[in-house]
Design a protein around this ligand. Structure first.
Ligand code: BGC
Length: 846
């Protein structure tokens, strides 16, 4: 059941949605005011502005009130131009206040449900307004190109048509609430490694067919702003790329909003403003004084300032910011928003395997349940980096299962993986040269010196506010093996330097682990192998009040700091407990996770922290083991054959715990289908060579061209672990009466879906169109052209009519510099994934 329909739109104060392409072209969203009146308002204001006023409108600065989540413009009070506050996105509103933490967009993409994307956008849009923000830095619609990219969880998957449909609804949902949306990161920003500088060598055809369509869809949905990306494409930085910013975006697509740089992604003054970058963020390195100088000395014409300022003011007018008529008291119904979050978590969870209908568990016959894995106990609700949201509330899956089952089951928990480890004992630390000088030499900034046997200053033992400590000595490994060193802090930051190299630090935007310690400390860690008895120089530092991520530190806070480790012995003990528990229980569910983050790609498909070993041992020990995954994207599953069920829940948002319990117990049906292909190995994926990813000498080559994601597996006939579009359901869905029809100007596929099972089912029929034969360029064998998402009660059937896009019936010709029809006969397939399809007919393109 769709939540806006379930609750009634008015219950959460959400205005009705205007669907893409259906709005009056003279109206420009936001408030329904017309393009013409917004333009007039903007032009007349510009005529009253001094050059200095204009320059101040074109670059960010610090928010004097500290309210802006990410960026701030002061406005021009003299002319009634208010301040503008920008915040992240895309998993919820990121300010210093908590907000509804929504499931990661990769989960939203898994729903194949544009209506849900609109609801999702509305939640974030209304909360952004309520938190005093004007611009949301979302949605993010870069195509998943490599399974390793750190921000895959923020994206809408690997298919341009799926991403286009969802981004369009998401933008409209956000903007209906009076908040400007910012689609990002324009364009071909598909990896974190070297993201600030890497040069993407990509063909025009791949840009047009794969990387640009979702941005075009956002423009068609009237998105207020677009963020240009860090990387370069074909030699030029995105934020000074005239061909994409001026020619494609403005001249071809008719975009009227403004272009904002990604944070610190501007590299020039003249070239950028000429190419069409309107707003530099977060400061005025290029658009502050240098821009003023360039205007003064004539290298930048003042008309370019007018152009950019007008673009920003036009949107401010459109969103009622210039008439003092903004509804700043937008009320939010957090319960209704939590419902949308929970609905999206369920609808976006993908049931990858379900042998003998292992799931859902039969509630009347639960017995003992073994719950294993750290993310069962600590909800991994979102990924890392600028999208991280402080959730309003979280309930872990373990707690949710306990709440749901009460006394009906005996639920036992074993982490299986020690996340927090134990304080490194004095016996492994040496303060001096002598073998019995256990501990570390401590020195405070104020000159106090002492020996500390362990570094465990937590709770009542916290160190004084304002203090700054350094501990030095040696770490001596008691046994050979793999160790994990952890620095855990609160109220400041801490570092670990081993053998002269800083290996862990809390406080960096991307260096913290996503999961806090059990006692709520921020964690950074480092994995290392030691020889038995080997000694390593060690330095630990702790600085009270030091900056933690985006928030500046509080000088009045005490410093809690712990230096801990997971030794081979500690790891083994956690393993054995879990294995033993798994062997005794009637039901076993084991959670696997990785901590995906902006700023860092993964270097492997394998789950980290020896989880594959744990999953292997536990699934071998248990009867009917169920695996629940919290990952940012594709992973390897060497233990797959030993499992009875696998449920991929991505990062499921703040309601993820309840959603997971509901799905295990059959109170909800997972509705997702994979929006990304899961490869069997990196070698069997489209970006296997270093040249293709992460690139060599700063150059990455998109040699796979348009064969991105499933297009590549299909073309080369490579078997993936799980194909794009795949996912199972509870219940039993039958597809009958499928047929292809012509409509007024297009095509559609009709099909009857019926649930013949005894449990609620979710069907996601997908239509793929094959290429014509003899096309003179490489064509993907099949491309997604239509889909539906429908929930069916037992016995229910529905007749569906799935309209098809004609986007896949043409290709971009490099020779002609334009779209060319893919003439000839095309096979049309109805599928339950890209690899499970049946022909429903043919269509012919002249
Ligand atoms: C990210 C953007 C984000 C911006 C502001 C950058 O590092 O790439 O996605 O919107 O920071 O936080």
């Amino acid at each position: 059941m769709n939540i806006t329909r379930a609750l009634g739109m008015s219950a959460i104060g959400i205005a009705a949605i205007t669907m893409a392409g259906c709005d009056d072209s003279d109206h420009d969203g936001g408030d329904g005011s017309s393009n013409a009146s917004n333009s007039n308002a903007a032009t007349s204001l510009v005529s009253e502005m001094t050059t200095a006023d204009k320059i101040a409108m074109l670059h960010g600065t610090t928010d004097p009130e500290g309210l802006a989540g990410a960026g701030y413009l002061p406005g021009v009070p003299r002319l009634g131009i208010p301040e503008l506050r920008l915040t992240d996105g895309p998993l919820g509103v990121r300010t210093s206040e908590p907000a509804t933490a929504m499931p990661a967009p990769i989960g939203l993409a898994s729903t194949f449900d544009p209506q849900l994307a609109a609801d999702y956008g509305q939640v974030i849009g209304s909360e952004g307004k309520a938190h005093g923000q004007d611009v949301l830095l979302a949605p993010m619609t870069n195509i998943v190109r490599t399974p390793l990219a750190g921000r895959n969880f923020e994206t809408l998957g690997e298919d341009p048509y799926l991403a286009s449909r969802l981004v369009s609804s998401d933008v409209q949902g956000i903007q209906q609430q009076g908040l400007m949306a910012t689609v990002k990161h324009y364009v071909a920003n598909n990896q974190e490694q070297d993201r600030q500088s890497v040069n993407v060598n990509v063909s025009q055809r791949a840009l047009r067919e794969i990387y640009l369509p979702a941005f075009k869809a956002a423009v068609d949905a009237d998105v207020a702003s677009i963020m240009c990306a860090y990387n370069r494409i074909n030699g030029e930085y995105n934020c000074e790329h005239a061909a994409t910013l001026n020619t494609i975006l403005r001249d071809e697509w008719g975009y009227e909003g403004f272009v904002v740089s990604d944070w610190f992604a501007t590299h020039s003054t003249e070239a950028s403003i000429q190419a069409g970058l309107d707003l530099e963020m977060p400061n005025g390195t290029y658009y502050g004084e240098p821009l003023a100088d360039a205007v003064a000395n004539g290298t930048v014409d003042e008309s370019l300032l007018d152009r950019s300022v007008e673009r920003i003011l036009r949107q401010m007018s459109r969103f009622n910011m210039l008439d003092g008529d903004q509804d700043d008291d937008a009320e939010i119904d957090t319960e209704a928003h939590a419902e949308v979050a929970r609905e999206a978590a369920v609808a976006g969870s993908v049931l990858l395997r379900n042998e003998n209908n292992t799931l859902p568990w039969q509630a009347d016959d639960i017995g003992t349940v073994a719950v294993i894995g750290p993310t069962a106990e600590r909800l991994l609700f979102g990924g890392g980096g600028s999208s991280a949201v402080e959730p309003l509330e979280t309930v872990s899956p373990l707690e949710a299962l306990r709440n749901a089952l009460g006394d009906d089951a005996d639920i036992r928990y074993a982490p299986g993986i020690s996340l927090d480890g134990e304080p490194v004992p004095a016996s492994a630390l040496r303060a001096g040269d002598s073998e019995d000088s256990n501990g570390l030499q401590a020195m405070s900034e104020g000159g106090t010196q002492r020996i500390d046997s362990t570094i465990d200053f937590v709770g009542d033992n916290a160190l004084a506010a304002g203090s700054n400590w350094t501990w030095t000595g040696q770490l001596v490994a008691p046994e050979a093996g793999d160790y994990r060193l952890l620095i855990q802090t609160e109220g400041g930051s801490g570092t670990v330097t081993l053998d002269g190299e800083q290996v862990a630090r809390t406080g960096g935007l991307f260096s913290n682990r996503l999961l806090e310690s059990a006692d709520g400390l921020t964690v950074a860690s480092y994995e290392v192998s030691f020889e038995a008895g080997s000694a390593h120089t060690l330095e630990i530092t702790g600085e009270a009040g030091a900056s933690m991520g985006v928030n500046s530190g509080d000088p009045d806070t005490e410093l809690q700091i712990r230096f801990a480790w997971v030794s081979p012995e500690i790891r083994q003990q956690a393993f054995s407990e879990a294995e033993e528990l798994a062997g005794q229980a009637d039901h076993v569910v084991v959670f696997g996770f990785n901590e995906g983050t902006e700023g860092q790609d993964r270097d492997t498909l394998d789950l980290p922290l020896f989880q594959n070993e744990l999953l292997d041992a536990v699934t071998a020990a248990a009867d009917n083991p169920v695996v629940v995954l919290n990952t940012d994207g594709p992973i390897s599953m060497p233990w797959l054959d030993q499992t009875s069920a696998v449920l991929e829940t991505w990062y499921p948002g703040q309601e993820g715990g309840r959603a997971i319990a509901d799905m295990l117990l059959g109170n909800a049906t997972p509705g997702g289908r994979l929006p990304v292909t899961f490869p069997t190995s990196l070698d069997n994926s489209p970006t296997a060579s270093e040249r293709n990813y992460p690139g060599v000498d700063g150059q990455v080559h998109y040699d796979e061209d348009t064969l991105v994601g499933y297009r590549w597996y299909d073309y080369y006939d490579v078997q993936p672990l799980f194909a794009f579009g795949s996912g199972l359901t509870y219940g039993e869905v039958e597809y009958t009466n499928a047929q292809l029809s012509t409509t007024d100007g297009g095509y559609s596929v009709q099909v009857t879906v019926r649930n013949s099972g005894d449990h609620t089912a979710v069907a996601v029929p997908q239509v793929y169109i094959g290429s014509a034969s003899g096309t003179p360029v490489v064509m993907a064998p099949k491309q997604l052209a239509g889909f539906a998402h429908v929930s069916l009660e037992p016995g229910e059937s529905q007749d569906l009519d799935i309209p098809l896009t004609d986007q896949v019936l043409r290709y971009w010709s490099e020779d002609e510099g334009g779209w060319v029809p893919d003439s000839g006969e095309h096979e049309v397939y109805l599928g339950q994934s890209v690899s499970q399809v049946n022909s429903v007919g043919q269509l012919t393109v002249d």
